[in-house]
Design a protein around this ligand. Structure first.
Ligand code: NAI
Length: 305
């Protein structure tokens, strides 16, 4: 099976550098028309320039592909709407959105200004929300859409100095979980990528010899696997240095305590059983958790009657 994107239109945010650049080039190489979005600021989000995005467009066109650059700041909905409007005017459809744009404002929580917390949330979380909102009805109406959100191990597992970034990166997974449910009937599939790669975002954190193993292209292979016609739905794909894995959220079966026994002491006494991973399950919706607890409670009440 060869994956191709002939006849499809993709928006890749933050596509002037690093992972987004690599995703955009690979999508174009396989036939997609690509909107190369990039604000062109520095790693901390300051400044703006169209140079990087224009260079990616040039590379795509050089190989016979079609692309245009758009400098929308993903944190600003009106600018994102303009980008989507221009895409529809030019190509008349929109099949793929890869939410990739991002910045860093690392500091320990003790030293972090709330403004830096807010900005990182605005770019990563609201940027993802804005772009998805702007394409959502188009995808619904055409009964087809593939959306990728970019998460991070920092969000899923934590990383010192990244409370803002980690919060935003976990938030996009919550966003995905509900979109998966709401988009299903219109064949809109939403997946998450949790990358690790040598880019300007990580260049001062990774030694040079290791940096070379952590190519953007190795992550892009995973990104394309998440946004083609037969893509999965709700997958969290972790990708880096040629490694591919999936993070999954399971809930233990847990215990049931009758009302008279619902005390903190009894909860603590049962930690081991509450956390026992035998019989854990992956829940499809939040409601399934309520259902699980109520089934146990009702069974107990009936057994007492
Ligand atoms: P990068 O800094 O090389 O590229 C990010 C791009 O996003 C830049 O070209 C920048 O101009 C653009 N951008 C930033 N703010 C923007 C805004 N408001 N509107 C439009 N464009 C904007 O970073 P990299 O490493 O390629 O990161 C891409 C994504 O992958 C980010 O979401 C990042 O958080 C995520 N990620 C990267 C990891 C890594 O190891 N490189 C690890 C985990 C997640």
């Amino acid at each position: 099976m060869t994956i191709n994107f002939e006849g499809q239109v993709a928006i890749v945010t933050g596509a002037g550098n690093g992972l987004g650049r690599s995703h955009a080039l690979a999508l174009a190489e396989r036939g997609a028309k690509v909107v190369v979005n990039d604000l062109g600021g520095a790693r901390d989000g300051s400044g703006a320039s169209s140079d990087a995005a224009m260079e990616v467009v040039r590379l795509i066109e050089e190989k016979g592909g079609e692309a245009f650059a758009h400098g929308a700041n993903v944190a600003k909905f009106d600018e994102v709407e303009d980008m989507v409007k221009q895409t529809m005017e030019k190509w008349g459809r929109l099949d793929i959105l890869i939410n990739n744009a991002g910045i860093l404002r690392d500091k320990s929580f003790t030293k972090m200004d709330l403004a830096d917390f807010q900005l990182v949330m605005d770019v990563h979380l609201m940027g993802t929300v804005n772009c998805t909102k702007a394409v959502w009805n188009i995808m619904r109406e055409q009964n087809y859409g593939r959306i990728v959100v970019t998460s991070s191990s920092s969000g899923m597992y934590g990383n010192f100095g990244q409370s803002n970034y980690g919060a935003a990166k976990m938030a996009v997974l919550g966003f995905m979980n509900t979109l998966v449910l709401e988009g299903a009937k219109n064949d809109i599939r939403v997946n998450a990528l949790a990358p690790t790669a040598g880019t300007r975002m990580t260049e001062d954190l990774i030694p040079a010899e290791i940096y070379q193993l952590m190519t953007a292209e190795s992550v892009t292979a995973g990104a394309l696997a998440l946004c083609h016609k037969d893509a999965p739905n709700r997958m969290i794909l972790c990708a880096g240095a040629g490694g591919y894995a999936s993070t999954r959220l399971f809930e233990t079966n847990g215990i049931f305590l009758p009302q008279a026994q619902q005390t903190p002491e009894n909860v603590i006494a049962q930690w081991k059983t509450i956390c026992d991973i035998n019989n854990q399950s992956e829940l499809e919706t939040g409601g399934k958790q309520t259902e699980k607890f109520l089934t146990k409670a009702i069974t107990y009440v009936q057994s007492e009657q």
